[in-house]
Design a protein. Sequence first.
Length: 266
Amino acid sequence: MSRPAFQPLADLGRATVQSVAGFGYAGMLLAESLWFAAWGWRSGQPVRLGAIVAEMRRVGVEALPIVCLLALTIGIMLGIQFIAALKEFGAQSQVVVAVAKSVTREFGALITAILVAGRSGSALAARIGSMTVSQEVDALAVIGIEPVRYLVAPALIAMLVMLPVLTVFADAVAIVGAAFYSAPALNVPVQAYLLQTLSLLDPGDLWQGICKSAVFAVLITLIGCSTGFSVTGGAEGVGRATTRAVVLSICYIIVTDMIFSFFLNR
């Protein structure tokens, strides 16, 4: 048989090998980042607190306005949809628990992670990709600075801290947004709506979203950094890497969220 007949199989094998290599490289970045965070000071390569604080500001503080605006919109939208759906069954009063559970378990963490992936994940890929293309990463290694300690570990720690915090803020804002729309529709004061929400929520509902956000933080950081380190082809390659980081981050976030939901809500 002619060689082109086997080309699709060869392409599939090549893509599989590249995917496995990508997983291995991301795992190496995670292991090295955790090692530098815990033991780097012993080898003279500590993770600087100033670098972590700067990353926390970029990842969390600067993203807070857009996260709050988006969460408010999502909360109002959920209130509209749940009231319209439950009205058909005469169960409008259940909108309180429906909004509270869906926001804390699902939408708060998911929407926040997608927003941070598009904002901070792409920034990581672009920054590291630009440094890779201009050989700044090689220069760091030459002068004795570990690139993973300098570039990846601060971003990972900042993301692990700030994404759960942003998720909690998003939960609160979304529930308040739903209250502003749903409370008048249910003929109850906003304060009574919020108090009923607090009484219906379990700590496990909040922890489910927080645990998801921690996993999403690791995914966003590893995908953004690994994509940046693998950039080739100059400025055009940086653009491709940025797009690839955002697309992969969102895909992995949604798939991971589905897996979490399957096992935690059975």
